[in-house]
Design a protein around this ligand. Structure first.
Ligand SMILES: Cc1cc2nc3c(=O)[nH]c(=O)nc-3n(C[C@H](O)[C@H](O)[C@H](O)COP(=O)(O)OP(=O)(O)OC[C@H]3O[C@@H](n4cnc5c(N)ncnc54)[C@H](O)[C@@H]3O)c2cc1C
Length: 418
């Protein structure tokens, strides 16, 4: 089969854009370029958990995926241990999640560095903020804030929750308030602290074995896990947020007193006091409102499509956002490898939408419901919590990647016949 060279622009060089670039760069008939608005390709924020499905999808994109995670300092978790953090049963273990299929915890900046490293320098374009998308008969024109304009056969938006590409894709197709990013009903605050400091503050017993600790209690949730080759510990406090502001700047100033008030019924228990002191040990103590896309009528418009948070921003309660982005990349990689001309791109994007949208929407809805359970909006008894929580991750971890790709290719063939 002869192939046309397909020019593909990825807008946004976060984890989704970088994962997708790795999937496309391996296809000889695709010429991929990544445009990032920031002056360099970098990630802020703490860690990301890569569960079994994310690791399997990554292995499909990058044969050296396991080595790459090792270079990024990823730490395999023995399990995610859920424990009660407040109330009469405080300290009782609820369950060990994913004990058979451990996740990896990796610092976001290190993961992005290792995803960017294998990409050719000439395909990476920092300081390029997309301002407009203009489809024409031969493809799609993209315009940037610096006045430059380029022409591509396809454009893929990986430009995050407030995506400009999303606005283009959803214009005039029945998008409503539900399709704009909006508060999900939770807040969180984070810090990454040295391993020894965390051990001293929280107790040695939580650091004998590498696992994620999830503390469930009255109106709030606490998490800690080990990263950066066991040198650092990620610490998180979250809670239910009522009357969330609609301000897109989701950052709020936070004080020790406010944290203590949110965790008042946890104080004196096994975890809250030590965690509050670790979280407060940072210069700009801030809380963040968690936002999501409640529904999305489509991820594609002709030769333009969306991946990662631009398509399906979700709350972090099931640790699945990056995993979904890596699955998106795997599926688009398989589809692009199977087409040979620019005329087939919109069929490939239709197949992508058909397959990916139900999967990602299920995660968004399930994650929000899981957040309510983990923030103690249910009876706080270990037995009842175990029953509620134990099955919630099965559909996320259990995706058969080979079958998912095959289904995408079948959907492509069907779309090509129409
Ligand atoms: C608190 C929190 C915890 C999380 N924990 C987990 C977890 O444990 N496991 C997990 O799998 N997921 C987790 N997630 C989700 C995960 O972080 C995201 O799903 C993932 O990082 C999405 O990356 P992205 O590349 O789609 O978006 P982003 O990281 O937002 O990247 C978008 C990129 O696009 C660029 N950009 C934006 N606009 C433009 C423009 N106009 N032109 C050019 N470039 C542009 C931005 O500068 C940015 O670099 C968590 C998320 C949050 C908020």
């Amino acid at each position: 089969m002869t192939h046309e060279q397909l020019r593909v622009a990825i807008i946004g060089g976060g984890l989704a854009g970088a994962a997708l670039a790795n999937a496309l760069v391996r296809i000889s008939h695709v010429d991929v370029h990544v445009f990032e608005s920031a002056p360099e390709f970098s990630e802020r924020g703490a860690a990301v958990g890569l569960s079994k499905n994310a690791q399997l999808a990554l292995a499909q994109i990058l044969p050296s995926g396991t080595d790459m995670l090792e270079k990024a300092g990823a730490v395999p978790m023995n399990s995610s241990r859920v424990i009660l953090g407040s109330g009469p049963e405080a300290g009782t273990i609820v369950l060990d999640l994913a004990a058979d299929d451990p996740g990896m915890i990796v610092h976001r900046a290190s993961l992005l560095r290792e995803l960017i490293a294998p990409l050719p320098k000439e395909s990476l374009h920092p300081n390029k903020k997309l301002t407009a998308i203009n489809p024409n008969e031969s493809g799609v024109e993209v315009a940037f804030q610096d006045g430059t304009v380029y022409h591509f056969d396809a454009v893929i938006g990986a430009d995050g929750i407030f995506s400009t590409v999303r606005e283009h894709v959803l214009r005039g197709v029945g998008a409503d308030e539900q399709s704009s990013a909006s508060p999900a009903g939770f807040w969180d605050c984070r810090n990454v602290v040295p391993f020894e400091k965390a051990k001293a503050a929280l107790g040695e017993e939580y650091f004998d074995v590498d696992r994620q600790y999830d503390w469930v209690g009255d109106g709030a949730f606490i998490l800690h896990d080990v990263l950066e080759d066991r040198t650092m510990v990620q610490c998180v406090i979250s809670g239910v947020e009522k009357d969330a502001s609609k301000d897109r700047d989701r950052r709020r100033p936070l004080t020790r007193e406010a944290l203590a008030a949110s965790l008042s019924s946890w104080l004196g228990g096994p975890i809250a006091d030590g965690m509050i002191s670790l979280i407060c040990d940072q210069p700009d103590l801030s809380g963040y409102s968690q936002w999501e896309h409640k529904s999305t009528p489509t991820y594609v418009r002709e030769r333009v499509c969306l991946v990662g948070d631009a398509a399906h921003a979700t709350t972090p309660w099931q640790g699945a956002g990056t995993g979904l982005a890596i699955e998106d990349a795997m599926v688009l990689g398989a589809l692009f490898a199977s087409i040979s001309s620019a005329n087939e791109i919109s069929a490939a994007f239709k197949a992508y939408d058909l397959l990916r949208r139900p999967r990602c929407q299920q995660v968004i809805d399930s994650s929000r419901e899981t957040g309510l359970i983990l923030c103690g909006q249910v009876d706080l008894h270990a037995d009842e919590l175990r029953e509620l929580l134990a099955p919630r991750w099965n559909f996320i971890f259990g995706l058969d990647m080979e079958l998912h790709k095959r289904e995408a290719l079948e959907a492509l063939r069907t779309a090509q016949q129409k």
